[in-house]
Write a protein that binds this ligand. Structure first.
Ligand code: HH2
Length: 286
């Protein structure tokens, strides 16, 4: 199957799991970090993480995304050892306690490898496997699925220069390159999902331009993941400094993205997102 034919396909293949994309899907965020911009410190440690995961499953999450390193603008990198300590015990516990596909938000192949060995199903790499040259082979070797996101620079530097000659073309080129890296390593077309990276090296206007052009990004031939949840561009438009207040703004972006064919939403608020996405899909037949 080539990339084009997979755009009309209705599933995303992970390691030993398949996500049906005939309706929009919700990826619940589970940050195991002390410093994430919204939920930092809230779910660190196995017990708190399990409780939050169970709550998201109850609310209708289709998969969970576990992160051991914040990627908010300005965040400092953490060591692989630290990230492993945060992520691996939670993957182990979740695999024991809950039946839901797990994605690991990491750019480090050693973290990906350990989490996949514990039974994780997908890797979510915010550098589209650019930062760690060993990443693609690790994912291919485990037969896992991958979320490839556009960024420019590391979280520490990505907001230093947010000017583009043609933002949409650059994002598309970067994601195509990531998909090529994946295919060359032996990851199947049906295991690749792309993400334009809202807030990663983008201005307010850039984020809005992406949200207006999701159909163009979809034409790359892979399903799209979108992460707008409670991000600062919503706060800038609505005058809401506290991420706590940005739920309604977040949910409205989800409905608009469903109308343009986006399939998976990475969010903190599972129930609100799911209901908005399903309503939008019913209206738009998508
Ligand atoms: N956004 C964040 C982290 N990982 N992965 C993908 N694929 N797409 C995104 O938009 C995305 C992501 C940042 O959000 P969050 O995890 O809530 O915060 P932090 O990076 O501070 O942990």
């Amino acid at each position: 199957m080539n990339a084009k034919s997979s755009s009309t396909g209705t599933f995303l293949q992970g390691r030993a799991c398949r996500i049906d994309l005939s309706v929009p899907r919700v990826m619940g965020i589970l940050n195991l970090t002390p410093d994430s911009f919204y939920d930092g410190g809230r779910h660190a440690g196995v017990d708190l993480a399990l409780r939050q995961a169970a709550q998201m499953v109850e609310e209708g999450a289709d998969l969970l995304d576990l992160g051991g390193e914040s990627t908010r603008p300005g965040a400092l990198a953490v060591s692989a050892e630290e990230e492993l300590e945060r992520v691996v015990p939670v993957v182990r516990a979740l695999r024991r306690e809950l039946d839901i596909p797990l994605s690991i938000d990491t750019t480090k192949s050693s973290v990906a490898e350990a989490a996949l060995a514990e039974g994780a199903h997908f890797i979510n790499d915010v550098s589209a496997m650019e930062f760690d040259p060993a990443m693609a082979a690790v994912i291919a070797g485990a037969g896992a699925g991958v979320f490839l996101m556009h960024t420019r620079g590391t979280p520490e530097t990505m907001q230093h220069d947010i000017r583009y000659r043609d933002l949409i073309a650059e994002v598309m080129g970067y994601l195509e390159l990531g998909a090529r890296r994946a295919l060359d390593a032996g990851i199947g077309t049906e295991s690749i999902c792309l993400d334009p990276g809202i807030g990663f090296g983008k201005s307010l206007e850039g984020n809005l331009a992406i949200l207006r052009n999701l159909s163009r990004l979809g034409a790359l031939g892979y399903p799209l993941l979108l992460g707008t949840s409670r991000k600062s561009f919503i706060g800038k438009i609505l005058g809401l400094d506290d991420p706590q207040d940005r739920l309604f703004g977040s949910v409205s972006t989800v409905a608009l993205a469903v109308a343009q064919g986006t399939k998976i939403f990475r969010v903190h608020d599972v129930r609100a997102t799911r209901e908005a996405a399903l309503m939008a899909a019913a209206v738009c037949h998508c």
